[in-house]
Design a protein around this ligand. Structure first.
Ligand SMILES: Nc1ncnc2c1ncn2[C@@H]1O[C@H](COP(=O)(O)OP(=O)(O)OP(=O)(O)O)[C@@H](O)[C@H]1O
Length: 476
């Protein structure tokens, strides 16, 4: 019986399957098709250039043994790269690899290099050593590390998950790790800290930090320059991908699609993905469902507002690092007055130090009050959920515990729903976070409350008056 491409390849596959894990076999060998057999050269079709690079880097020896068994010592393997183009063109196409790619490899003398753009086939991988590891600048800020990221109740889960991921990137169930929380609460700092720690522990790993904004921009440039595939390949070789402010992909269907493919590739290959967002996945809008469900695969860890002790610790740590001393009563004053944004807390400290050194004045409580006024005025618009509950409870002459209780009494339910409605309106907190702060309810209850308040205010005159009164009280 004469050999055909299919029979030779099937025999090779049987041998390969016995020698690697079934996951690797499924991922890297099942998608391959044998397309041609001439003399002792077997052509196999692979779905991407990246695929070819991966085979060459990881399985070239195994392929050589398998093929030599079938076709003898002169066996040759030829790759045909056929891309199923999911990014616009409907037709699949066969990619031509420019010869410059080959000269990048640590080539031996007798490399059989295809002429530039002449042939879509990469000949004889057995004599071409693997593609060199590309060096990618990680874009990490070394000052944003775990030592400078102080632990408190508000960030314990996210910080511990971050440390677990850094110890074993891609090897925990926190993949992706999604860190979410309001403005200035440390999402970027924590994301960098994980990357910095991974780089310390695993210097050979390729780590990349990128803001979602930059990612969107790079993608649209790649579309303009018609090199989307290079863009995708670049991201597919990364071991640890950190994307900051992922909510910015909202409404950008093309970028979401490409990110979906990159994400799947990384995830399937055990690489680590770390994302940050100003919202919980459940609150993200205009993000495709299939992508949202990927975000929920791993762990979503929230950064909450820091409690008083953590705020004091953050201030003291900053002063210590800047070599500045400040009386305890001023530290306490700052911690008591700037509660919802660590960036503003840091800003107040910097302003205070600058004022006192430029004007050569002592740091006094009066100066602190003046400076904090700038921030508090600014933050006054950011009403806290505690404050909303207090105002609503006072208005209905009940205490906050009653408002939060499990009772189904109509006027208490309405007060609770109003508190949820205003919390959604006046704060950046997620539905889940509002629910947990107003009587331990879930996000669906908060959503229902918001809809009910909307409906009642357009149909019930008395109820509309409640909404208007409360709105005034909360915006004075
Ligand atoms: N736990 C912490 N310990 C020490 N510093 C912190 C902590 N959390 C945040 N910071 C500091 O607060 C500032 C704001 O943090 P960061 O920029 O990471 O916030 P963010 O949540 O990414 O904000 P944004 O929503 O604006 O993107 C940074 O200077 C950061 O170092």
């Amino acid at each position: 019986m004469s050999n055909t491409a299919a029979t030779v390849w099937n025999n090779c596959l049987a041998f390969i399957e016995d020698n690697i894990t079934s996951q690797a076999y499924k991922t890297w060998f099942e998608p391959i098709k044998a397309v041609k057999l001439t003399d002792s050269a077997l052509s196999i079709q692979v779905p991407s250039k990246f695929f070819y690079e991966w085979l060459e880097e990881h399985y070239v020896k195994l392929l050589k043994v398998a093929l030599t068994k079938e076709l003898g010592a002169t066996a040759k393997l030829v790759y045909v790269i056929r891309m199923e183009n999911t990014y616009g063109n409907k037709q699949p196409f066969t990619e031509r690899i420019p010869s410059s790619n080959r000269s990048n490899t640590q080539a031996s003398q007798n490399v059989d290099v295809p002429l530039k753009n002449k042939s879509p086939e990469l000949k004889n991988p057995f004599v071409i050593p693997g593609i060199r590891n590309v060096k990618i600048e990680s874009q990490l800020n070394p000052n944003y590390n775990f030592d400078s990221f102080l632990e408190g109740e508000s960030n314990r889960l996210a910080r511990s998950a971050g440390i677990a991921v850094a110890n074993k990137p891609g090897g925990t169930s926190f993949n992706p790790l999604l860190v979410f929380g309001g403005v200035g609460l440390g999402k970027t700092h924590l994301a960098h800290a994980i990357g910095v720690d991974i780089k310390d522990k695993y210097p050979e790993k390729t780590v990349l930090y990128i803001s979602a904004e930059k990612f969107v921009q790079q993608y649209s440039e790649s579309v303009q320059k018609n090199n989307r595939n290079d863009f995708i390949h670049f991201y597919q070789v990364i071991d640890v991908l950190i994307v900051d402010d992922i909510q910015l992909l909202s409404g950008k269907a093309g970028t979401q699609d490409v990110f979906f493919h990159i994400f799947n590739h990384l995830h399937q290959n055990g690489r680590q993905v770390i994302l940050t967002s100003d919202k919980a996945p459940v609150d993200m809008i205009d993000i495709e469902q299939r992508l949202l469900s990927r975000f929920k695969w791993g762990l979503s860890a929230e950064l909450n507002h820091p409690d008083y002790e953590t705020r004091v610790a953050i201030i003291k740590n900053k002063l210590y690092r800047d070599g500045v001393e400040m009386p305890d009563d001023i530290v306490e004053f700052l911690a008591n007055n700037i509660k919802t944004n660590i960036r503003e807390l840091e800003g107040a400290i910097i302003s205070l130090i600058a004022h006192s050194s430029f004007n050569k004045k002592e740091i006094t409580i009066e100066l602190a009050k003046k400076i904090v006024d700038n921030y508090v005025k600014h933050t006054k618009r950011e009403v806290s959920i505690d404050y909303i509950q207090k105002v609503v409870s006072d208005y209905f002459q009940m205490d906050v515990e009653t408002l939060q209780s499990k009772t189904r009494k109509r006027h208490i339910v309405q007060a609770r729903q109003l508190a949820m409605f205003f919390a959604k309106k006046f704060t950046k907190a997620s539905l889940a976070s509002i629910g947990s702060q107003i009587g331990q309810r879930d996000h669906a209850t908060v959503l229902h409350a918001c809809k009910t308040v909307d409906n009642l205010s357009s149909t019930d005159k008395q109820f509309r008056k409640y909404v208007e009164d409360l709105q005034k009280k909360l915006t004075i």
